[in-house]
Design a protein around this ligand. Structure first.
Ligand code: SAM
Length: 222
């Protein structure tokens, strides 16, 4: 399997072909070896146009969804970014590859541990992984230039709004009405108020935690 070729095709058709123009993002997605973030049996499918299971009922997001969210975050080299929902670590690697310093939280301890090992093995040393509830953010490291949430809760968690720098963006899927998730971009203005933009309908796994859903939400027992 020629992963390098599959990766460049993914960037060309799934990302650039759908209108993403940020050169630093395109370069990062052309560089990060997605096949290293999935289990052996899923490697040949690493660049397909969809999500892939990573265990514990969770998934690594579709490449285009990673691109859409990262593009909406408007990442600049040197930014300090909080990611909620590390999953495989792939999204964190893309952010790091764009020059960001990344703090990422995953509630599933084995996934956090595995992501930490993968990121370390691949040399993404500007990523710090923590196991815990990211719906309350990471107060000791705040404020952040940007916050990206990879799981959908019922509302926008207040701690995440508070941990955002002025001018910073929070990208988060929210299920305000049952069965309908919207991807939102929340921007903290200089006057301390927040702007809200809707970026389209999405389908994410639930955000479970203090500022998210209860653990038994939709039968998610973890
Ligand atoms: N971005 C990830 C990647 O590149 O593989 C995929 C994220 S996956 C769609 C969402 C992740 O959010 C899951 O691994 C899930 O366990 C995690 N999650 C859900 N609620 C969470 C919470 N409160 N804090 C941290 N992680 C949470």
């Amino acid at each position: 399997m020629d992963y390098e070729h599959a990766r460049q095709r993914m960037v060309r058709y799934q990302v650039k072909g759908r209108g993403i123009r940020d050169l630093s993002l395109l370069a990062a997605m052309g560089d990060v070896p997605r096949e290293e973030f999935v289990a052996e049996q899923f490697r040949p499918a690493a660049y397909r146009d969809g999500p892939i299971p990573i265990g514990y009922g969770q998934t690594i997001s579709q490449p285009y969804v990673v691109a859409l969210m990262t593009n909406a975050l408007r990442v600049r080299s040197g930014d300090k970014i909080l990611e909620v929902g590390t999953g495989s670590g792939y999204q964190a690697a893309v952010l790091a590859s764009m020059g960001a310093t990344v703090f990422t939280i995953e509630r599933q301890v084995p996934l956090a541990e595995q992501a930490r090992q993968t990121l370390e093995r691949l040399g993404y040393d500007q990523v710090t992984v923590r196991a815990g509830d990211g719906s309350v953010g990471w107060a000791e490291e705040a404020p952040f230039d940007g916050i990206l949430v990879g799981a959908a809760g019922p509302t926008i968690p207040t701690p995440l709004l508070q941990q955002l720098k002025e001018g910073g963006h929070l990208i988060i899927p929210v299920e305000e009405h049952k069965g309908m998730q919207k991807l939102l971009r929340i921007t903290r203005r200089d006057d301390g108020r927040y702007d809200r933009e809707e970026l389209g309908e999405v389908a994410f796994v639930p955000l479970i935690g203090e500022e998210g859903w209860e653990p038994e939400h939709r039968g998610y027992w973890q």
